[in-house]
Design a protein around this ligand. Structure first.
Ligand code: CA
Length: 233
């Protein structure tokens, strides 16, 4: 067995014991340190400890996953993968609107989930060593510290939002398709990714643009995708 010790701590928030136990055993096999919370209340208590990633079920007995996700986002940019039984695309997009990085639809393959966990952790670490500055230091993207500052104020972005912004801003004026963006930031593509990217871009614009209707950083290229139009300093 290919046992890797990677010491990273994963919190699984799921009340269905069977599912939580299966995911736990797959993650532990790869050397992850796993904690399970079976209620939203326990999760919000546990999250104060240092985790590297959260797997969050949407349907919990006490507090719903979206609410937990929003609460976590008030103080942390930790990668969050949502588990959802909801198949309607709008519900999934709503999940991303609350700040989740990714979602997996039940029933899912534990192996696929573990692959996504690894992809998110890998990408959180590899954000490069650059500090990019645009529009006379109006927008600064500090890759090593994963910080984005606008007018010297830190803009809280989720790790996926950060990676999307970095991917575009590294190549100003270059047009990226949604598929290129999803491949660059997630390392895989999935059904419905185009609307997912649109949802993330919408979130990013609300955070970095003065007027999201008239963006000066991320421009929509109709029929194609997006490009970064900030002017490098
Ligand atoms: Ca559940």
């Amino acid at each position: 067995m290919n046992k890797l010790m990677n010491d990273e701590k994963i919190l699984i928030v799921e009340d269905e014991k069977k599912i939580a136990d299966i995911v736990r055993s797959y993650l532990e096999r790869d050397g992850f340190n796993v904690t399970i919370a079976d209620t939203g209340k326990t999760a919000l208590h546990q999250i104060k400890k240092n985790f590297d990633l959260i797997i969050l079920d949407l349907m919990l007995p006490d507090i719903d996953g979206e609410t937990i996700c929003s609460s976590i986002r008030e103080f942390s940019d930790i990668p969050i993968i949502m588990l959802t039984a909801k198949s309607a695309e709008d519900d999934r997009i709503k999940g991303l609107g609350t700040g989740a990085d990714d979602y997996v639809i039940k029933p899912f393959s534990p192996r696929e989930l573990v692959a996504r966990v690894k992809a998110h952790l890998r990408r959180t670490k590899k954000n490069g060593k650059k500090v990019l500055s645009f529009n006379n230091s109006l927008l600064v993207i500090d890759a090593p510290s994963m910080e984005v500052r606008k007018n010297r104020e830190i803009i809280p972005l989720t790790s996926t939002e950060f990676r999307i912004l970095l991917c575009l801003a590294e190549k100003p004026q270059m047009v990226f398709t949604r598929l290129q963006i999803v491949n660059a930031v997630q390392g895989y593509d999935f059904e419905g990714y185009d609307r997912v990217i649109d949802a993330h871009i919408k979130n990013i614009r609300h955070k970095i643009e003065d007027n999201p209707q008239k963006p000066v950083f991320i421009k929509t290229v109709y029929g194609t995708g997006y490009k970064f139009i900030g002017i490098p300093d």
